[in-house]
Design a protein around this ligand. Structure first.
Ligand code: APR
Length: 227
């Protein structure tokens, strides 16, 4: 089977009701990154940061995948599909995608402050000060904050090096190393991009300048024809 890598960002979850980061109504319009998405911010006010993610986790329990997520599942009928997502929601999994690699962590997981490999499933439950990991350390969100390591970038780059087709959906390509993954894709592998805005991409790529809810189906229809 030919291999497809799909790189997704906040835009694919926008029509499910989860706001993006850098759009006009985005999360970084309401909160300062340094307060809620850095280790320094967490050390400064753990309760506030835990609550920030508790709010996002509670919202996640109320939202559902949209047509963009669902269309990607169709590809699995004919391709080896790997979703590489910057999103911390579980909407790809809820839609039925089988292989989802999270670059920036997962809202439904928590981990030991002391050991980043000690990860526990918490579903949609809150994390509070005093909640302990199995090693006795405070539990923190299993989220990659700015300045922290992105352990899944190596396996993600490997997948990109081996892919026959590459699709980018709903990301401003602002944040590295995720945005650099496109440079691992072989020159001869065709690429597509779905985004209502123009996204600066330095390679030949077929663009559907529209929302994921309609654009992803168009890319999937093309790929199903190519299989
Ligand atoms: N369908 C498709 N794309 C959309 C939609 C939609 N309905 N609505 C918005 N978009 C696009 C925007 O045009 C933008 O290009 O989604 C992109 C969202 O960009 P960002 O808000 O920057 O989100 P993302 O690229 O995922 O951010 C990357 O930054 O803050 C960190 O860790 C965070 O994973 C995140 C990373």
């Amino acid at each position: 089977m030919k291999k497809i890598v799909v790189l997704t960002g906040a835009g694919i979850s926008a029509e499910s009701g989860i706001c993006t980061f850098r759009d006009s109504d985005g999360l970084w319009e309401q909160y300062r990154v340094e307060d809620v998405a850095t280790p320094e911010g967490y050390e400064k006010d753990k309760a506030m940061v835990l609550d920030f993610y508790n709010q996002r986790r509670r919202q996640l329990e109320t939202v559902h995948p949209n047509e963009g997520h669902r269309q990607l599942v169709r590809l699995e009928e004919k391709y080896d599909v790997r979703i590489v997502t910057q999103n911390v929601d579980n909407l790809h999994e809820q839609a039925g995608s089988s292989n989802v690699l999270h670059l920036h962590g997962e809202l439904t997981k928590a981990r030991s402050e002391r050991n980043s490999n000690l990860i526990v499933d918490i579903g949609y439950n809150d994390i509070h000060l005093g909640d302990k990991a199995p090693d006795g350390a405070q539990l923190r969100p299993h989220i990659v904050w700015f300045g922290e390591a992105v352990p899944n970038i190596e396996p993600a780059a490997q997948l990109c090096e081996e892919c026959d087709y590459f699709v980018v959906i709903g990301t401003s390509m602002n944040v590295y190393p995720a945005a650099g993954l496109i440079h691992y894709v072989p020159r001869e592998s065709p690429c597509w991009l779905v985004d209502p805005k123009a996204v600066p991409i330095s390679r030949n790529i077929k663009i559907y300048q529209e929302k994921a809810g309609t654009g992803v189906k168009k890319v999937v229809d093309e790929l199903m024809e190519l299989a």
